[in-house]
Design a protein around this ligand. Sequence first.
Ligand SMILES: [Zn+2]
Length: 310
Amino acid sequence: VTTPEADLGTLEPVAEGVWAWVQPDGSWWVSNAGLIAGSAGDVIFDTCATERRTTAFLRAVSSVRGSLDVRYAVNSHLHGDHTYGNSLLPASTVLVGHEQMREGLARDGIIDGCPPYWSPVPDWGAVTKRLPDLTVPDSARLHSGDRCIELRHPGWAAHTSGDVVAWVPDVGVLFTGDLLFHAVTPLIFMGSLRGAVRCLDWLASFGATHVVPGHGRPIPGSELDRVLDDHRRYYALVERTAMEAIRRGLAPLEAAREVELGEFADRPDAERIVLNLHRALAELDGRPFDLHAALADAVAYHGGPLPTRV
Ligand SMILES: [Zn+2]
């Protein structure tokens, strides 16, 4: 199934001079990005997985701004749905990411040929790996004219070990990357369960008026507590299931097959329970973590390759 051009995404105004590139349905490989306008050049937060999707995003940026004048582009973390389109940015754009995000993308092999864990197998198109020019160890400020954008790493691993959020204080907009999944199953298999839980209070502490998650619809500040509670309950379910698996000596796939997902059963990407248990059991029980074994288990749980509309 090929998504029609018009349905790839929408550049939605979030606040004065800030837009979210929202790609429905927010499932595997279909993520959000952002545009923050500045009088001395614009800032982009994340790219998309494929040539087609990133081209559509950049075309929308040119259309609202009158030209493509991207001074900085920030990668929220290493995952391909947020980074594979990097090479389509102008050569003059300074690419910024956390130092561990840069190391992780340097090691990524999925851009060179996606394993058959998804259906259809994603075709990235004409993109090549492009790594950050500038790495952020902890925090940094980007300036463009009067606008200042704060990049912040939580200080610990959460969705991955190199997560960065962008905070635009003059309009109260927070781009969280995949520290938040709105009405889509959260994913922590390449990060930390405990770190992801700890991140929720940290995200609340910004006092944002508008929040753009990594996947799913933008979140008005008034609804943020509800979305954070949603994550808390899901992470608690993962932890309870992991503790039960430790007590009974269950493998992640066995534990996932037994657990009732309840309110989370109908969320897109529910099979992530298996991936999240792989991480939780590595973290809480010292078991080895194997990325490919985890993904193969998720495919087994789902009963076939995981659906994507990338
Ligand atoms: Zn991600």
